[in-house]
Design a protein around this ligand. Structure first.
Ligand SMILES: [Zn+2]
Length: 242
């Protein structure tokens, strides 16, 4: 049977009108406020990247607000520090992620792109009043010991270009949510996190942008560690018996 049980999960972030948090404490929030894309889709296993292989990404800046590439790299650095995953910037691309990752360059596992809703990709219709979406494609694989696993093989981050142009920039507190918070949120999806079932606006993975300074919450950090390096290497083919 061909191994084509490729699954797509996309989750979305919605921008709410202004919600400001009055103060910031590092890793504020509920340590239980995290969940995983694969489990929210009915799987018992946590889909995650192979932490033993650098994950290459490209950025389509054609519709991006100025300075976005630097913010994307900073957001990836924040995900790397929280997960132990390593990311490699492979350059720019003109790819706009569509309904499948098959159009990615061969060296690319994640594409970050800004689009005009209703114009650049059918995956982002003009009716979608959202700031962006992120997700991960995963398929069955194995741990080093030959146990069943779900391996993320591609990630997607698509952002609303006209909306991003109106948002505050960077990772500080911003009325309505800044572009740094948005990037961290969507990259969280691309490494396998879903919106927490516990309602906790201290988390970056909260379903709505909060406007808080963009620091991972306590639940974010618990979830990010579990999709990170601690779980050991993953592979798509069964390990060879020693
Ligand atoms: Zn989301």
């Amino acid at each position: 049977v061909p191994l084509l049980r490729r699954l797509i999960v996309a989750a979305i972030a919605v921008v709410l009108p202004l919600t400001l948090q009055s103060s910031e404490v590092y890793a504020a929030g509920n340590t239980g406020a995290y969940s995983f894309l694969s489990q929210r889709s009915g799987h018992s296993l946590v889909a995650r990247w192979d932490p033993c292989t650098p994950i290459s990404y490209r950025v389509n800046t054609e519709r991006a607000p100025e300075g976005s590439l630097r913010e994307v790299r900073q957001a990836f650095d924040r995900v790397a520090r929280a997960t132990g995953l390593s990311f490699r910037y492979a350059g720019k691309t003109d790819v706009v992620p569509g309904p499948s990752p098959m159009d990615y360059p061969a060296d690319t596992r994640i594409v970050v792109a800004w689009v005009r809703p209703g114009i650049d990709t059918p995956a982002f219709p003009s009716s979608a009043d959202i700031a962006g979406y992120g997700g991960a494609y995963y398929q069955p694989g194995y741990t080093e010991r030959g146990e069943e696993a779900l391996v993320i093989t591609a990630g997607v981050v698509v952002l609303n270009a006209p909306m991003a142009a109106t948002m505050g920039r960077g990772f500080g507190a911003q009325p309505g949510g800044g572009t740094g918070e948005l990037l961290m949120h969507e990259l969280g999806h691309a490494v396998g996190l879903a919106h927490p079932t516990i309602d906790d606006p201290a988390e970056i993975m909260h379903a709505e942008l909060t406007g808080k300074a963009a620091a991972w919450g306590a639940g974010d950090l618990t979830g990010l560690r579990q999709v990170g390096g601690d779980g050991g290497c993953l592979q798509l083919t069964p390990p060879t018996p020693q």
